[in-house]
Write a protein that binds this ligand. Structure first.
Ligand code: DC
Length: 220
């Protein structure tokens, strides 16, 4: 069997990585891996006090967590201990918890292995913050998506409204900027573009335009 094919998409919060990962995965008939959902569901499961835990407790709790991936394209499903990862992890508050747990080395080490294990078994479009730099440095196709923070906050606002969730544009902008700062400046695997990633600024591009640009780059 040939090696799985990996496409990586990194970028800051709310830039549209998941949307592009789903669209590309559907078109290329690959699974997609939402690694933000892995950090979010670990944060959700462990709770907000985890930063104050002793190392042994954190490692013990992590050892009970197992991720699995099923299906492909836009229908790819991520499971944590056999349970579907659900909508409860999608709030900006859980995003911030996820950004907090993402600064903890034991969590990153644990999820790095889980992500690389999935990448060894499935051809993937993998999206997150360190896919092209740390998790899949040898991936043949790497993208770094970026957009102005105001544009990203506006998109997230509409997404939350669509899901029937409460949303405040100014608070979203502040929270996204705070999260970006923490994700870009943490010591381990900070958010940054891989040297060989294609940079795409989507501030003034439509979803379809970004998708076509990326698809063309993958297909060559
Ligand atoms: O992509 P997202 O908003 O669902 O990610 C939530 C948080 O998880 C993000 O602010 C930082 C962390 N994260 C990370 O550190 N590394 C990844 N590969 C993916 C997410």
């Amino acid at each position: 069997m040939s090696n799985p094919m990996i496409v990586t998409i990194d970028g800051p919060a709310g830039v549209g990585k998941s949307t592009m990962a789903k669209m590309l995965a559907a078109e290329l008939e690959l699974a997609y891996l939402d690694t933000g959902a892995m950090f979010r569901s670990v944060a959700w499961r462990l709770g907000s006090g985890v930063q104050h835990w002793e190392l042994a407790r954190l490692e013990e709790e992590l050892s009970w967590i197992e991720f699995a991936l099923e299906g492909s394209g836009a229908d790819t499903r991520l499971r944590l201990n056999r349970n579907m990862v659900g909508e409860e992890i999608r709030s900006e508050e859980v995003g911030m918890w996820a950004s907090n747990v993402a600064t903890l080395t034991p969590v990153r080490t644990f999820l790095k292995k889980a992500q690389q294990d999935l990448g060894a078994r499935f051809s993937l479009v993998a999206e997150g913050r360190d896919m092209g730099t740390v998790i899949f440095p040898d991936a043949p196709h790497k993208f770094f998506l970026d957009a102005d923070v105001k544009v990203r906050a506006g998109r997230r606002y509409l997404q939350l409204k669509d899901m029937g969730k409460p949303a405040n544009l100014k608070e979203l902008e502040e929270s996204i900027a705070r999260r970006d700062k923490q994700d870009r400046n943490r010591a381990v695997a900070p958010l940054k573009a891989a040297e060989d990633a294609m940079l795409v600024d989507s501030s003034h591009l439509s979803k379809q335009e970004v998708f076509e640009l990326m698809l063309k780059a993958v297909k060559g």
